[in-house]
Design a protein around this ligand. Sequence first.
Ligand code: TPP
Length: 553
Amino acid sequence: MRDTNRNYAAAYGVIEALHQHGVSDIILSPGSRNTPLAYAAADHPDIHLHTILDERAAAFAAIGVSKATYLRPVALICSSGTAAAEYLPAAAEARLSRVPLVLLTADRPPEDHDIAAPQTMSQANLYGTHVKASFSPGPPEASDDWLQKLVGHTARLSALAISEPMGPVHLNLAFREPLAPVHVEGDARSFSHIPLGVSGVMVPGPEITDETVGILGKRPLIIAGASTPLMAWDYADALNIPIVTDVLFGGSRKPPAVTKIDFLVPSGMLDGPLQPTGVMRFGAIPTSKALNTWLREHPHIPQILVDPGGWRDPNASSMVVFDVDPRQLMLSVLDVAEPVEPDWLGAWMSAEEAAELAIGSLPFPSEPAIANIVAQESRGRTIQVGSGMPVRDLDAFAGRQEITVHSNRGASGIDGVISSAAGSAITGDETLLLIGDLGFLHDSGGLLTAQALDVRLTIVLVNNGGGGIFHFLPQADLPGPFGLLTAPHKVDLGKIAEGAGFHHETVETPDELRTALGSHQEPRRVIEVQTKRESNKALHDELRAAVTRALGA
Ligand SMILES: Cc1ncc(C[n+]2csc(CCOP(=O)(O)OP(=O)(O)O)c2C)c(N)n1
């Protein structure tokens, strides 16, 4: 292996990820920009490398190779410029006749574009709808994280090519000099593993079931993110497996549910007595940043992602990504699962209780206390929650309260949150919205949406005079125009609410908040609580420290 510089580290990772997803034939069309890919393919012991000068012919030949080998995926490597454009006719044919191809196009780096550099043209998304997906990560970086993500993306694209309906995918790789395998001091990087995509098996067979059981081991952990089937809790309960119930999961939060993960991770317990042998994750990525970081930093603990039709693995930390029906997988694993270690679930539940005790009663007014009371007083109402701190606080402080929570976490925008809450009340049931002041200001027009739809909407407005979440960033403690991020303002939010026909009140005690949440007189209300951004961060730190002390990890 010529791991001489970052280009070669990337090229070897890509070729290995292709190989692990069934690619054994690669057709190369000569050029210079594609040298790292060509050498990596040539060096792979299990790859047959063929050379065809004309890229158009090469791609049509690849279709023939794939069909002759019972639709094995075939990869193509070409240089930059019109070379890449020559793949288009065969890409169209492969898309329509459902043949799995992986088009690897070399590109010039972005700084060479639009200034007459030779063999340089726009190549991102070059094949439009004629490929199932296209990805242009930009030039390789000398970073293990970058490389890990690149192999993750290559795995994702390869799995997509061979998932039904099969078809072509495109990976456009820009390379800076040196293109030759010359050693660049400190440049080459390594990846920890290649996530393996297992595609298109809606009813998992014994291999997948056995692999799942094997990977999870005797101390399994389940993570249920948004859009996880609710039966995940029953499955965990039947097998005595702790299940991290994200606030957007929507299923039961009774034991074996873990609701304090945002505290257990920083306490170090997951690197000690609560360390799992394997993790099975369903649905969207967790709300808890601490948990996401832990997953990223522990790729050596095997992680299964069950995500039909998707690949929600932003850190490429999964060992396998199953494109299978999660319900079917749970049902088939139930039949063959082995008992977990006797004290495993007990240890998790004791830690949960200890964390709960250490957190104790929350001071008021504070953002954790507000989130906690909103959860307690939701009384069957659907809760909509804004991005920023509201969703994180609800995740961390809702406790075991059974709640139904919606949030626009696909893209995590703070725009349109009031409008989505108004829309969710269309069934006639009142919706409860927990939102920060910037989210409120951003979608103050959403108050009119609620009026236009004539729905019942109660808004709990956490007014900390700007973006509280930014105080959790490293730049908060460094010199710089930090106020630009936090967007402080002096807007009278009550007046905006009243102008849109909402009843507005400000509360100062927990009882006042509870009473306001219990009242159903006006159909549309804003209950405002004023908090302080600076002390909010300190409180979060203190609570985490208290849990860590109590758990003694
Ligand atoms: C449309 C959009 N613009 C900007 C952002 C970046 N952003 C994320 S959180 C946030 C601040 C949120 O402030 P607020 O709603 O007051 O909640 P807090 O963080 O104070 O709890 C911003 C601006 C975003 N997510 N979406």
